[in-house]
Design a protein around this ligand. Structure first.
Ligand code: ADP
Length: 580
């Protein structure tokens, strides 16, 4: 005879009562055994659920767990014949329906289907007549509700209700304990992964690889959150998005953030970590494309310098805890060092690349005049009789190539002398316009071959205090570039301005190919050539020019519009010798 049939017969004689009590005790023993021995949360729920169904003789049930974040009772597991429509009733809010009411009041509820309070009409359709809702309490909280159903009008007798009510508290406490342990274990795993991630920071070679490694692992640890790295550019004083989880990058693309702008900008400016539990409540939060409910932004600082910000954004509320913040702060320090190292490494690599490019450019620069010289020498040697004027012409070519070689060697020596601080300067007061006229005469032939015109604008004499040959070399380099990087039939305008008493300004303006803004700084770096320019050159001229001018107390600037032209302004010290 099943328990249900017994309950129906209502033959509650004493022997029977004893039997029921011993069954209840047996059930409680079993359950205690399960609750104290099992390891895995879902395994415990499954076994407890089966035992309860078995003991109570219920047709089936729903095991719901409270979701703190959404305030709902979400279905964790179901058992027995439940129609699909019932599953649609989930998640259920606290206070809503029988389970909700039981969760809110913390009381065991038993209802029979004719009871008006119970509103799950679907149950009627599958013949369910009695429902028992057991709140699973742990201390002050209800962590879930176990609802069981019976097809009998009085499906659960007093003994069952009493036993299950008593045991439900024990179930609640045990499950809460297990949940805490699992959260703790999860956190420990998280920590371990973070430490492993820290070790990885030391092994990455390129900056990009490093950044993507960091965001991918962080996104993985904090899923469904995504992570973002912005790096600080001290020159432009702006934060640039450098790496993000795949989806984020697709949605956002490349982005710039000002210091103090939004949560990331605030973390960077204040150099302090921010933990935002609900972004909607934070006035600093600026809504973006993706849904972000909570956020953790930690500045990365190395050697006292702001390197960037590490940011994790979650679509869930309260996704991060205080210890996540602490952990990420430690991690951000390590990441900052690793990023700084990777940046230095990249710079060194770029310099090495520039050097090897320079070596091949130099070999080319040497080889061209040498092969011209060799072929002319070979020609002269093998030809028995050469007319005097032809020989003269041949030797002129050879001499001009030797001059080119000499100039190249001189440039290289200048670089070496400047780097070693072994340059000798003979400063005198001299007139600049005359010197520039001489340079224009020198370049006239080369310029006119390409239809380029050179115009000079100068009012009277202009003086400077400096080394004549170095100043001449500096201006020569700029004029030479203005021709080299000009378009055919282009124009060059040179202006000498001596209206200031303390300096003379020489401007060399061309209508050439122009230089992109991001290249402007780099053109003064030794051996740097824009986009590996096809026009002949080794990338030394401007670097020498700048150093020559600055060493004499002058300065220079450059403005350019890509595709339209460039203007170099050279300011030469005049020590008050310019007339007013
Ligand atoms: P080089 O001319 O030997 O390459 P420079 O140091 O003189 O070396 O110049 C460095 C780079 O700057 C050049 O390779 C060229 O790309 C760019 N540059 C210099 N002057 C100009 C100019 N007037 N117009 C356009 N680009 C220029």
């Amino acid at each position: 005879m099943s328990l249900r049939q017994v309950a129906q017969s209502e033959s509650l004689d004493e022997g029977f009562l004893l039997k029921r009590q011993s069954e209840a005790l047996e059930f409680r023993d079993k359950l205690t055994g399960i609750l104290t021995s099992a390891q895995d949360f879902s395994d415990v729920v499954d076994r407890v659920f089966k035992e309860v169904i078995d003991y109570s003789g219920a047709e089936g049930g729903i095991f719901r767990l409270a979701n703190e974040r959404t305030g709902t009772l979400d279905v964790y597991q179901t058992m027995g014949p439940l129609p699909k429509t019932l599953e649609k009733l989930i998640p259920r809010r606290f206070g809503d329906g029988l389970a909700g009411y039981s969760a809110q009041s913390g009381e065991t509820m038993i209802f029979f289907i004719q009871d008006d309070l119970y509103n799950d009409k679907e149950l009627l359709n599958i013949g369910i007549r009695s429902v028992l809702a057991l709140p699973l309490r742990a201390k002050e909280n209800v962590i879930g509700v176990l609802e069981i159903f019976s097809k009998n009008d009085k499906g659960f007798d007093e003994q069952i209700v009493k036993t299950l009510s008593c045991i439900s508290r024990q179930i609640g406490l045990a499950l809460e304990g297990m949940r805490l342990v699992e959260t703790l274990e999860h956190r420990i795993t998280q920590r371990n992964r973070m430490y492993r991630l820290m070790l990885k920071l030391q092994s990455r070679a390129t900056l990009d690889e490093l950044l993507f490694e960091i965001v991918n692992i962080l996104s993985d640890i904090y899923a469904p959150a995504y992570s973002v790295i912005v790096l600080y550019d001290p020159e432009d004083q702006i934060l640039r998005l450098k790496a993000a989880s795949q989806r984020f990058m697709e949605e956002i693309g490349h982005k710039e953030i000002a210091l103090g702008e939004g949560i990331i900008g605030y973390a960077a400016k204040s150099r302090s970590a921010l933990l935002i539990n609900d972004t909607m409540m934070d006035p600093r939060y600026i809504k973006g494309v993706l849904e972000v409910s909570s956020e953790l932004a930690v500045p990365m600082i190395a050697e006292g310098k702001l390197v960037g910000v590490l940011d994790i954004e979650s679509p869930l509320l309260n996704a991060f805890k205080e210890d996540d913040l602490q952990l990420l702060t430690i991690y951000a320090q390590q990441a900052a060092m690793a990023i700084l190292n990777a940046q230095l490494y990249e710079q060194a690599r770029e310099q090495n690349l520039a050097k090897s490019r320079m070596m091949s450019a130099l070999s080319h620069e040497f080889r061209t005049p040498l092969s011209v010289i060799k072929s002319y020498a070979w020609y002269v040697k093998n030809k028995k009789e050469i007319p005097a004027d032809e020989l003269d012409e041949q030797l002129d070519v050879v001499l001009s190539e030797v001059d080119n070689l000499n100039e190249l060697i001189e440039n290289l020596l200048n670089i070496a002398r400047l780097e070693q601080g072994r340059m000798e300067w003979n400063a005198v007061n001299f007139e600049v316009t005359g010197m520039i006229k001489g340079l224009i005469d020198m370049f006239m032939k080369t310029a006119s071959e390409r239809g380029i015109t050179i115009a000079l604008e100068a009012k009277g004499e202009a003086f400077t205090w400096g080394d004549v040959s170095r100043t001449r070399q500096a201006i020569l380099n700029i004029i030479s570039n203005a021709i080299k990087y000009n378009k055919d039939a282009g124009r060059i305008r040179i202006e000498v301005d001596s209206s200031e008493r303390n300096f003379t300004r020489v401007s060399i303006e061309d209508t050439g190919i122009g230089i992109k803004p991001q290249e402007l700084e780099k053109i003064f770096v030794p051996f740097y050539r824009v986009g590996g320019s096809k026009i002949e050159g080794v990338g030394l001229g401007l670097s020498i020019t700048k150093q020559f001018i600055e060493a004499q107390g002058g300065w220079l600037d450059v403005k350019s519009v890509f595709g339209e032209g460039t203007v170099f302004n050279v300011y030469l010290p005049a020590r008050g010798s310019n007339e007013q």
